[in-house]
Write a protein that binds this ligand. Structure first.
Ligand code: CO
Length: 283
C-alpha cells in the first residue's frame, strides 16, 4: 500500500460514560454507546478501574458470545476465568487474553480481590461473515511474553499485537490484522508510528495528557484518528499513557444483540434458539 506519511488528524474525542455490566461491575465505556455505536471493526471498548472492590467483585458470571473476539488486557489486579473449551486460569498484571468466540463460547470472568485496586480494558473486535461460525479459539499471553520496547529514553511500548518497527506482537492470526500497543511517555517525550492507511485507528488515553497529532487531549478519553498513515504523540508535563489500537474495517452489515454480533437478525434469532436448545456450544 502507498505510504504517504500523512498525519492522521484527530476527528473525534469521546468522553467515556459510566455503565454497569455483568452482575454489577461499574466501568467506563467509550465504544458501544449512543455516542459511538461502532468503530468498524471495533464493537466495544471498556475501561474498568477502581480502588473499591464493590465496583467490580460481582464480576461476569457465565455468559455466551458468538461472532466476535473479546480482548482483555489487565494493567493491575486479577481475573479468574473459565470457559466452555475447558480453559481456566487467572489473568493478572500485564496479561492479555484474546478470545475468538467464533460459533460460540460460554465463559465466566470473575475479578479477584488484590489489595483493592484493579484496572484493565476489554475490547470487542468484530469477525468477518466468513469467520463468525468458525471454531472458537483462545490465546492467552502472559505479561512476560509481551515485548517491551524502549526506542528512546522515557518511551516504553508494550507490543501486544501487530508490528512496531522490526518487532511483532505475540497475538497472531487475527482477522482484523490488529495493532494493539500500550505506550507510556515521560514528560516531554515523543512517539511516532506508522499505521496502515486502510486501518481504523484510535487511542485511549488513560493517564496524563499530551498532543495527539496536534490536538491536546487530557485523560480519560478515546481519540479517533482520521485518514493518513502517521500518528504522532507528544507527552504533556506529567507524561502520558495510552493504548494505540487499529484494525481493518469489515464494511459488513452488523446485527447485534448483547453478546452476539452477526450480520442478520435471522442469525441472532438462531443464536438465541441454539442457546435455548443447548446446541450453542459445539464441542
Ligand atoms: Co465475555
Amino acid at each position: 500500500m502507498a505510504q504517504t506519511n500523512r498525519l492522521r488528524k484527530v476527528i473525534n474525542v469521546i468522553e467515556p460514560m459510566y455503565v454497569m455490566e455483568g452482575a454489577g461491575v461499574r466501568l467506563r465505556r467509550s465504544i458501544a454507546t449512543r455516542q459511538l455505536d461502532y468503530l468498524d471493526p471495533f464493537l466495544l471498548f471498556d475501561h474498568f478501574g477502581s480502588n473499591d472492590p464493590a465496583d467490580y467483585m460481582a464480576g461476569f458470571p457465565m455468559h455466551p458470545h458468538r461472532g466476535i473476539e473479546t480482548v482483555t488486557y489487565m494493567l493491575v489486579g486479577a481475573v479468574k476465568h473459565t470457559d466452555s473449551m475447558g480453559n481456566s486460569g487467572v489473568i493478572t498484571d500485564g496479561d492479555v487474553q484474546w478470545m475468538t468466540s467464533g460459533s460460540g463460547i460460554m465463559h465466566e470472568e470473575m475479578p479477584q480481590p488484590v489489595e483493592g485496586h484493579m484496572e484493565g480494558f476489554q475490547l470487542w473486535v468484530n469477525l468477518p461473515a466468513k469467520l463468525k461460525m468458525s471454531k472458537p479459539r483462545y490465546q492467552e499471553i502472559p505479561a512476560g511474553l509481551i515485548p517491551v520496547l524502549n526506542p528512546e529514553k522515557g518511551v516504553s511500548i508494550k507490543l501486544i499485537a501487530g508490528r512496531f518497527g522490526d518487532f511483532r506482537g505475540p497475538v497472531t492470526d487475527i482477522a482484523a490484522d490488529p495493532v494493539y500497543l500500550d505506550v507510556s511517555l515521560d514528560a516531554g517525550c515523543r512517539f511516532t508510528n506508522q499505521i496502515a492507511s486502510d486501518h481504523t485507528a484510535f487511542a485511549y488515553v488513560f493517564a496524563g495528557d499530551g498532543e495527539f497529532c496536534g490536538s491536546s487531549v487530557v485523560s480519560t478519553k478515546l481519540v479517533i484518528f482520521g485518514e493518513g498513515d502517521v500518528i504522532e504523540v507528544a507527552a504533556g508535563s506529567a507524561g502520558v499513557k495510552f493504548l494505540l489500537i487499529s484494525g481493518n474495517p469489515l464494511g459488513e452489515p452488523v446485527a447485534r444483540y448483547g453478546p452476539f454480533v452477526m450480520n442478520t437478525n435471522e442469525e441472532i434469532d438462531q443464536a438465541l434458539q441454539d442457546l435455548r436448545n443447548g446446541t450453542f456450544v459445539i464441542s
